[in-house]
Design a protein around this ligand. Sequence first.
Ligand SMILES: [Zn+2]
Length: 575
Amino acid sequence: MIQETISYKKKNLNNKILKIFILFFICFIIIFLKLVYVDLMKSSELKSMAETQWFENGKVIKAKRGTIYDINGNILAISILRYKLILNKNLVKDFDETIEKILKKLNINKDELIKKINYGPSQVVLLEDIKESEIENYKDLVDDEIYFESYYKRVYPYGNLASYLLGTMGVDKGLEGIEFQFDSYLKGEDGIMGFLKDANGKEIPGSEFIIKKPKDGKDLYLTIDINLQGALEEELEKTFKEYNPRIVIGIIENVKTGEIVSIGTIPNFDPNSLKEFSKATYPDPSYGFNYEPGSSFKPLVASAALEEDLIKEDEKFYCKGYTVVDNKTFKCFSKHGEQTFKDLLKNSCNICYIEVGKRLGEKLYYYLKLFGVGEEIELDFPYEGKGDILEPDDWSATTLPTMSFGVGITVTPLQQTSFYQTIANGGNRLKPQIIKKITDNGKVIYESKPILIKKVISKQTADKVLSFLDYVVNGGGVKSAIISGYSIGGKTGTAGVIENGKYKEGLSVLWFVGIVTAKNPEYVITVVVDGIESQDVFAAGIAAPTFRRIAQFLINYYGIEKDEKIKWNFEKLWL
Ligand SMILES: [Zn+2]
């Protein structure tokens, strides 16, 4: 019995425990389900409601735009923090009182202020370009309706220098040049700031918190050397002032790397002012304009003829002062008489180059294509010109003869620079480059290296043409390009100005493309004088001296040693 009683009690107790346990378990399940519901179902709704509120009222935290440097780390374009003093006219209680308050403190014309308030946007900018250190001066103006807003101002410390290359900034994005083309790298990502509001919908002071951090833009290092760029533009400007052409263009390319160390057009503009920007001619003429190269094109024709072995070593050419092709008479600058092949280039004899072109026939077209005529260089720029070349099927009887001396064909100044780079680098056509490296928060994410596009001609041919270019200058063909102790190689060109497919009467384009130096090629320098009034003007008198002044600076700047002791390797070069 006792046993039974104990057993009954125990059972009873077990049942009670079980009941309590089940009760707890049910409570737990209910609480758990409730939690799951709030967490999973409701929270996304709550979160989105909250976010909607923050986004609606959130402030944009502007990302800092990346800095543009030259190859040595000199700042070419930078964004600096500035403040605007803003009046929100929707929050003004008493306009007369507010206007009086503003006029007392700021040097603003009353009529203009009233006009801005009446007709402008709801946020009236009272003052901008305020430095952080100057904020204190305006603090007593600040209240509900007047406040500061920070922004980044784009500054170009070198003003007009390299302005075409850099482009400029619109309100929030790059316009033209590097600023435009590399906008996606430079701009970064804006962040978002949230804040709490009181029951009246007003921001609670000090309640700001970051919803999304801004990500600053990437920094660009260009291949440009700003000191050299300065010298280049100064010399171009001298020529511009003295001869009054439409524009003067200059380009310097490193023969061994393809890096563009300077590129400029005069007249230029100051990218710090949008008003100034309206003066600019875009696309950038140095890579966007097509020009007839004239005789500065002959080294390409000579390269093709030598590569194809169409010229005999001891061959003499004869110029009687004119030739007739398809009933059209072509005249030479003078009756050159008997000449060797290298003399054809020095004398710039059109008549004999017509003969060289005739030997090449359609092959000339294919060599010119190898050099890159009629193709974009893809220099990471928009609106790049590519020049015009007719395909052999479209040639008339005079196309080949005129093409042989650089007429009826067009190239951009940058293409022309690249053709000479190819000749100066043993026939290796490298991609011209303008970006040296890109960094993200100091970490290098891109670094340029030389890119071989094509092997155009053999080293032997290239060196032979180089020696011709040396002979053109130092053999007395272009005395105005001679620099004592240096084997400067180069070629002049004079052509007509083409506008809307027609020659513009009375205007010429003058070229000089030179190599520093023919015996030790390091740099190609191209000078183009566009739209000069063509009464007795010659490239040798204007473009070549401009080249020489730029080359002289470059030689001093880089400390390039004299190469008068270097001799041509005549073993392989017949001259
Ligand atoms: Zn001739």
